[in-house]
Design a binder for this molecule. Structure first.
Ligand SMILES: [Zn+2]
Ligand SMILES: [Zn+2]
Length: 193
């Protein structure tokens, strides 16, 4: 069965998104083509800046992130990761994604045109309306910007995390006020990576 190069390449990308890395030999077997063909596919993807070729295979250029034009956090400039993304909608319909709840709340506190916001459940990666979100402030687990703020869909998950890693539970309003109080002109999110 003949397969278009573009179909093969998008299959390779799917596998990379799932696994983070792929091996040339395994790909050739799985897709029923020669390793030379796989090499050409990988070269094409590497030229496009989507993947890195490594010995015997390839990795996503930026593992765990959207490979094409990843969002940069408007607060701190870090690449936004799906697992901690904090999504903001402005009055005029623009959407911003902050790297984590910390930066998201900073953005809300410093702007006047945010209409609504969504958080990502830290455990399951589901998107949660901001008013339903349980915030875990300043736990010992450092994720993205410090002090770390984690967001959960279910209060019981947040409580379980608090038992393990400490911190203070808060609803949206409390979390927002907390950030507003902690902000002063010199404060920037710490780079922890
Ligand atoms: Zn940020
Ligand atoms: Zn962050």
């Amino acid at each position: 069965m003949a397969q278009l190069a573009s179909e093969r390449q998008s299959k390779i990308l799917d596998l990379l998104r799932l696994q983070g890395t792929v091996e040339t030999n395994a790909l050739a077997e799985e897709l029923g083509v020669s390793t030379m063909t796989i090499h050409r596919d990988l070269n094409k993807l590497a030229e496009a800046g989507i993947i890195n070729k490594v010995h015997g295979g390839a990795t996503l250029y930026k593992p765990m992130e959207k490979p094409i034009s990843p969002d940069l956090c408007p607060t701190c400039g870090k690449v936004v990761k799906e697992r901690t993304a904090f999504i903001l909608h402005t009055d005029n319909g623009d959407q911003y994604r902050a790297c984590c709840p910390h930066c998201g709340l900073m953005l809300i506190a410093s702007s006047t045109n945010i209409k609504s916001a969504l958080a990502t459940d830290f455990l399951y990666g589901t998107i949660v309306s901001i008013t339903q979100t349980t915030f875990l402030m300043h736990s010992n687990l450092t994720v993205c910007c410090s002090p770390t703020i984690l967001t959960f869909d279910k209060p019981e998950d947040a409580i379980r995390f608090q038992r393990g890693f400490g911190g203070t539970l808060a609803d949206y309003e409390t979390a927002r006020q907390f950030i507003q109080h902690s902000m002063h002109p010199n404060m920037r999110p710490n780079e922890v990576e």
